[in-house]
Design a protein around this ligand. Structure first.
Ligand SMILES: *[C@@H]1O[C@H](CO)[C@@H](O)[C@H](O)[C@H]1NC(C)=O
Ligand SMILES: *[C@@H]1O[C@H](CO)[C@@H](O)[C@H](O)[C@H]1NC(C)=O
Length: 389
């Protein structure tokens, strides 16, 4: 069980998986997802969780697989597997690509379960799972089934208390090496299998949703601006893009590569960019939370933080640059303080991995992960300029 997890409905994350954006089906398939904050002992060290993931993501391209475990906050989807389906709570992860179950609820073998006998292993930096590959029917949301989807069934997992496993929606290349007897093989992901198997379902509106099949036009305003996956390593192994960042009109990070990641909570930038942001805002480092702290006067003077992606600019307003004040206490902060969500990635720019647009960025925009055309898209939503923090 998950002792002190809370379901948070602060803001909508419109996360869309566009398996085939030019082949729009009658209506997209949506899967409700819920945000969970992993508060096990009353307070969480947000930075410690995030930094373990950042370090492992940076190193992951050598190992074939990135981390997802011990994250401070993550998105959970209820996914049905088997026939009749058993419901599992899976972490929705754009930073890894294997789908697996069995960490908590035991995998229920049904008539659609086929044991391939292949050992499967994924190391996630601070945790891992090890088990056997099956193929089975997966049910997403209320209407979509995928048959013969490869899944891992865990016989041993570390670092996944309170969840059943992962729905991995990263690029397929991240599955390479995970079938240990055939390390050169990749495993078609859930997104890959949707190409030929998509069906129709009515939309479901909750605090977040994952849209399969094509962008959901009701969830964003204006156009979706697409940008190609970066060619710069190591960001290119993930949903990596090129962008530059300006604070007001001051450039804090020149055009460089980094990634978009649902499993990272904060917004990470290279050390030099972080230092510029810190001096521009006048923020100080808060010892208790490890986050940047501003006074209410400094908060009133904040300028937009602009992400220049291709020919488009996506701006985080001052309110979007602060940690939700209602969640100050769970991260060990003082309830009236104003903390910023910009954090130091720990290496100077030029590393090929100079930023992570984590969910504090993603919750303000609609994002599309287009496997077919190897590109990421962003659009504004009605939450982009919200003042909910
Ligand atoms: C939640 O936090 C606990 C305690 O730090 C950790 O053992 C567990 O693996 C975390 N759960 C997830 C899904 O990250
Ligand atoms: C991204 O930036 C790198 C380094 O400047 C450049 O070589 C590359 O062409 C850019 N675009 C893509 C899609 O990688």
């Amino acid at each position: 069980m998950f002792p002190a997890a809370s379901l948070l409905t602060i803001i909508l994350l419109a996360l869309s998986i566009a398996a085939s954006p030019f082949q729009i089906r009658d209506s997209p398939i949506t899967l409700p997802i819920a945000r969970r904050l992993n508060v096990s002992d009353g307070s969480i060290n947000l930075l410690q969780y995030d930094k373990a993931r950042v370090a492992a993501l940076k190193a992951g391209y050598h190992l074939g697989s990135p981390p997802v475990t011990n994250v401070a906050s993550y998105y959970i989807a209820k996914v049905g597997i088997g026939s009749p389906p058993t419901a599992y709570d899976l972490i929705v992860d754009t930073g890894s690509s294997n789908t697996w179950v069995g960490a908590n609820t035991a995998y229920a073998v049904t008539s659609t379960s086929v044991n391939t006998g292949q050992p499967v292993d994924v190391g996630y930096g601070s945790g891992f799972f090890s088990g056997t590959e099956y193929t089975d029917t997966i049910t997403l949301g209320s209407g979509l089934t995928i048959t013969k989807q490869s899944i891992g069934v865990s016989s041993f997992a570390v670092g996944f208390s309170g969840v059943d496993g992962i729905l991995g929606i990263g690029p397929v290349g991240l599955t390479e090496g995970t079938l240990t007897n055939s390390p050169a093989l990749t495993i078609p992901t859930v997104t890959d299998n949707l190409h030929s198997q998509g069906t129709i379902s009515q939309g479901v509106d909750t605090n977040g949703e994952l849209t399969f099949g094509g962008p959901d036009v009701f969830k964003y305003t204006g156009d979706i601006a697409y940008t190609p996956i970066t060619t710069t390593k190591p960001a290119s192994a993930y949903w990596g893009i090129n962008e530059s960042i300006t604070y007001g009109s001051t450039t804090i990070l020149s055009s460089t590569a980094g990634i978009v990641d649902t499993g990272t909570t904060l917004l990470y930038v290279a050390t030099d960019a972080y230092n510029k942001y810190k001096s521009e805002t006048g923020a100080t480092l808060d010892g208790a939370t490890g986050l940047l702290l501003v006074s209410s006067t400094q908060y009133s003077a904040l300028k937009n933080l602009n992400f220049n992606i291709g020919s488009n600019t996506f701006s985080l307003t001052p309110n979007a640059q602060i940690w939700p004040r209602s969640l100050n206490a769970p991260i060990g902060g003082s309830s009236k303080a104003i903390y910023l969500i910009v954090a130091d990635i720990g290496t100077p720019s030029g590393s090929g991995f100079d930023f992570i647009n984590g969910y504090t960025f993603l919750e303000r925009f609609y994002s599309v992960y287009d496997t077919t055309n190897s590109r990421v898209g962003f659009a504004k939503t009605s939450y982009t300029d919200a003042t909910t923090n």
